[in-house]
Design a protein around this ligand. Structure first.
Ligand code: HEM
Length: 117
């Protein structure tokens, strides 16, 4: 199961790359908005995050403890990101506020993932 867990963790990083990359690539664009990379990245983070927690909570991977408070915060933030991305992808750019909020929340997720131990 450790292999599956690690494979999902790789997908978790690919989702992060898509979400943050989709945000960063528009930094200098006058038509900022939610692009497909951001939308798919948000969904990937939601799905892979929940799967990682599910596998770790079930005790299927040795040495992986689940911090429930940290996960709850990450989950709430990713749900907000996903709703904003869902709304933004249906609207015509520029959607600078939506784009900026998603970027800021994504950065917050990375900081929480790394610093909250
Ligand atoms: C935009 C959303 C997210 C971002 C940017 C993100 C980012 C990251 C990053 C950078 C890591 C590696 C650092 C570390 O291991 O501490 C990580 C690990 C992890 N994330 Fe996320 N995450 C997101 C959403 C979620 C969600 C929603 C969940 C759970 C519901 C989740 C669960 C986990 C778990 C369990 C790990 C630990 C993997 C391990 O070290 O074995 N993540 N995340």
């Amino acid at each position: 199961m450790e292999f599956v867990y690690n494979a999902i963790l790789v997908l978790h990083f690919i989702g992060l790359a898509a979400l943050l990359g989709g945000f960063i690539v528009q930094m200098r664009s006058p038509d900022k908005g939610v692009n497909p990379a951001m939308w798919h990245g948000a969904l990937t983070q939601l799905v892979t995050g929940v799967l990682l927690v599910g596998i770790a909570s079930a005790g299927l991977v040795s040495g992986e403890e689940v911090d429930h408070a940290k996960i709850a915060v990450k989950l709430v933030i990713v749900l907000i990101i996903t709703v904003l991305a869902f709304v933004g992808r249906r609207r015509t750019p520029p959607q600078t506020a939506l784009w900026g909020t998603i970027g800021a929340l994504t950065l917050a997720e990375v900081v929480i993932a790394v610093f909250w131990n």
